[in-house]
Design a protein around this ligand. Structure first.
Ligand SMILES: Cc1cc2nc3c(=O)[nH]c(=O)nc-3n(C[C@H](O)[C@H](O)[C@H](O)COP(=O)(O)OP(=O)(O)OC[C@H]3O[C@@H](n4cnc5c(N)ncnc54)[C@H](O)[C@@H]3O)c2cc1C
Length: 505
C-alpha cells in the first residue's frame, strides 16, 4: 500500500524485515523482489506520490514537482548541471525510457580491475532478461523517429558513422514529447507503474514524503533508520523510525553517500562519495531551413555509437543521441543574451539538437556543504576535455552533413558557425570551467563495489563490507562509469541484491 501522507498527524514507528530507502530504479526493484520472496518491506521515499493526473505538461510546474532542486543542481564550479528525480519512482518518472544493458567490456574491466569476476555478462544475462521483460522493453523503429532523430540518422548515414535504433521501456506511446516532465498517459513502464505497483500489491508499505536522516547501527549490525515525515495536510513534520535488521540504501548516487556520511558508517579508507562519474553531456544545435519541432515525438529513438569503441579501450569515448528540447529548458540552455538569444529562440522550431554523452574518466566527489547538503566537486580531466572537443567537432560535422544552415556550440556566448572549417574555434577556446555547459542525468559510482575492502565499500551483491544487514542497490555501486544510460544496469544489479538478501535470511 502507498501511505497517504496527508493522513499522518503524529510520530510514526514501523517494523519490517527490510527497510528500503529510495524508490527509484534500484529501490523499487529490491522492494518488489523481496515482497515476492515473502519479506515484509517498508519503502521510504523523500519525494511525493505524483500520478499521471498530476502531470500537467507544463515545465514550470513539473520540474519543481518531479526533480531534486528543480532539476538543476550545479557542480561547485557550475560546469555541469545535474538532474535527479525526487518522487515516488525516482528518476525513472522523468526518464526517456532508453534501455541499455551494461556493456560486456565494462563488466570484464570490473572483473579484472576490481575483482568483480561474478558479474560477467553471462552471469548478468538472466537479470537483464528478467528486468527487460518486466519493463516490456522493445525496439524503436522508423515509425518512432521524430524530425530531430531523422537529422541525426541522416547526418550519420551520409558520413558513414555507425548507428542503430534504440530500445525503450514504453508501450503504445502517443509521442507527445513530454517524457522529461512525466508521462501524462502512463505509457512509460517506469519504476512506479511496474515494480512499485507490484511491491504495493504484494504488501509493501510505501511511504512518500519521508526524508531519511540516518541508518541506525551498533557493533557492526544495522538496526533500522530514522527520518522526518512531512504531513502534507498539517504542514508539520513528524519523527519516523523504522526497526529493521536489513536496510537497503537506494537514494541515488548523490544522496546515498550523504546517508553514509550522516550515519557515520565505517569508511576507513575514506572512499564514500569519492569516485563520482557524471556521464556528462553537451548539446550541439543545428539551424535548418525546414521545420524540425524537436519538442514533438519520442525524444530519443536513434543512437550513433561510432565514437564509443569499448573493444579498443574501456575508457573514454562518447555516444550521440538527439536531445530533448522542451521550450523552457531550451531557452535556459541556449547560449547568448538579449538580441542573440532572441534570434536563436525565433528559430527554435527549425532547430535540431544532438547530445553527446561522455564515458567519463574524471572522478568527482560528493561532500557535505556547510548546511549538510550534497556538494558536487567535478572538474573534467584532460582526457575528457579532449573527448568533449572531439564531440563538438563531430556534432558540427553531423549537423552540416544533415543539411544544417548553421551550427550553434554550447558556449556561454553565441558561437554560431556557418561553414565546417570554422569548427577550429573549438581548439581555440578549449574547455574552461562553466564554458561550455555540460548537463548530467546519470550520476553514479559514489559507493563502489569491489572485492577488496581496502579499495571498495561493497561486495559484488551490494552488501557493505563490515556492516551486517546493510546493502546498497542504486547507481552508486558502479566502480567506473557504465558508459551507457544506467537504468537497466541499476535494476539488474538490484535484482541480484534482492536475491542475496533472500538467501542470507
Ligand atoms: C531526466 C532523466 C532522464 C533519464 N532517462 C534515462 C533513460 O532514458 N535511460 C536510462 O537508462 N537512464 C535514464 N536516466 C537515469 C536513470 O533514471 C537513473 O540512472 C536511475 O533511475 C538511477 O536509479 P537510482 O535508484 O540510483 O536513483 P533514483 O531513480 O534517482 O531514485 C532515488 C530516489 O531516492 C530518493 N531519496 C534520495 N534521498 C533520500 C532520502 N534521504 N530519504 C528518502 N528518499 C531519498 C530520491 O527522492 C529518489 O526518488 C534518466 C535520468 C533523468 C534525471
Amino acid at each position: 500500500m502507498i501511505v497517504d501522507s496527508s493522513t499522518v498527524e503524529a510520530d510514526v514507528t514501523l517494523a519490517a524485515d527490510v527497510c528500503v530507502v529510495g524508490s527509484g530504479a534500484g529501490g523499487s526493484v529490491v522492494a518488489a523482489e523481496l515482497v515476492a520472496g515473502g519479506k515484509s518491506v517498508v519503502v521510504l521515499e523523500e519525494g511525493h506520490y505524483w500520478t499521471s493526473e498530476d502531470f500537467t505538461q507544463r515545465e514550470e510546474e513539473m520540474y519543481p514537482r518531479l526533480y531534486r532542486e528543480r532539476g538543476t543542481k550545479p557542480t561547485a564550479d557550475y560546469t555541469v548541471l545535474v538532474s535527479q528525480g525526487r518522487a515516488l519512482g525516482g528518476s525513472t518518472r522523468a526518464s526517456f525510457c532508453l534501455c541499455f544493458r551494461t556493456p560486456r567490456q565494462i563488466l570484464a574491466h570490473w572483473a579484472e580491475r576490481f575483482g568483480l569476476s561474478d558479474l560477467a555478462h553471462e552471469d548478468l544475462f538472466p537479470y537483464f532478461t528478467r528486468v527487460e521483460e518486466r519493463l516490456a522493453v522493445q525496439d524503436m523503429g522508423p515509425a518512432e523517429l521524430n524530425a530531430n532523430n531523422r537529422v541525426l540518422k541522416r547526418g550519420a548515414e551520409r558520413l558513414g558513422f555507425r548507428g542503430r535504433f534504440l530500445r525503450h521501456n514504453r508501450t503504445d506511446c502517443l509521442g507527445c514529447g513530454y517524457c522529461a516532465i512525466g508521462c501524462a498517459y502512463d505509457r512509460k513502464n517506469d519504476a512506479l507503474t511496474t515494480y512499485l505497483a507490484a511491491a504495493s500489491t504484494g504488501g509493501a508499505r510505501i511511504v512518500p514524503d519521508v526524508h531519511v536522516e540516518k541508518v541506525r547501527h551498533e557493533r557492526g549490525r544495522v538496526l533500522g533508520v530514522t527520518g522526518r515525515l512531512a504531513g502534507t495536510r498539517t504542514g508539520k513534520s513528524y519523527a519516523l523510525r523504522v526497526e529493521a535488521p536489513t536496510v537497503v540504501l537506494a537514494a541515488g548516487a548523490l544522496e546515498s553517500p550523504m546517508l553514509w556520511f550522516r550515519s557515520d558508517l565505517p569508511d576507513r579508507q575514506r572512499l564514500a562519495g569519492r569516485s563520482l562519474h557524471l556521464h556528462p553531456y553537451l548539446v550541439v544545435a543545428g539551424v535548418f531551413d525546414e521545420p524540425i519541432a524537436a519538442w514533438q515525438g519520442i525524444p530519443h529513438s536513434y543512437l550513433v555509437d561510432e565514437f564509443l569503441n569499448l573493444d579498443k579501450s574501456v575508457e573514454g569515448g562518447y555516444l550521440a543521441m538527439a536531445a530533448s528540447a522542451l521550450p523552457i529548458a531550451t531557452a535556459a540552455l541556449l547560449p547568448g543574451l538579449g538580441r542573440d538569444h532572441r534570434r536563436l529562440m525565433n528559430r527554435y522550431a527549425r532547430t535540431a539538437a544532438i547530445a553527446f554523452f561522455l564515458h567519463d574518466r574524471t572522478r568527482g566527489q560528493i561532500q557535505a556543504d556547510s548546511r549538510g547538503q550534497a556538494m558536487i566537486e567535478y572538474r573534467l580531466n584532460d582526457d575528457d576535455k579532449r573527448d568533449a572537443m572531439s564531440a563538438m567537432r563531430r556534432g558540427c560535422e553531423l549537423l552540416f552533413a544533415a543539411g544544417a544552415k548553421s551550427v550553434v556550440l554550447p558556449y556561454n556566448d553565441l558561437v554560431e558557425l556557418h561553414r565546417r572549417p570554422e569548427i577550429q574555434v573549438v581548439e581555440e577556446r578549449g574547455i574552461l570551467a562553466n564554458d561550455p555547459l555540460f548537463l548530467s542525468f546519470h550520476p553514479q559510482g559514489t559507493l563502489p563495489m569491489g572485492k577488496e575492502p581496502k579499495r571498495s565499500l561493497l561486495d559484488s551483491f551490494g552488501a557493505a563490507h563490515g556492516v551486517t544487514g546493510l546493502y546498497v542497490a542504486d547507481a552508486s555501486v558502479f566502480p567506473t562509469s557504465v558508459a551507457v544510460p544506467p537504468q537497466i544496469s541499476v535494476m539488474a544489479l538490484a535484482t541480484r541484491t534482492a536475491e542475496r538478501i533472500l538467501r542470507a535470511s
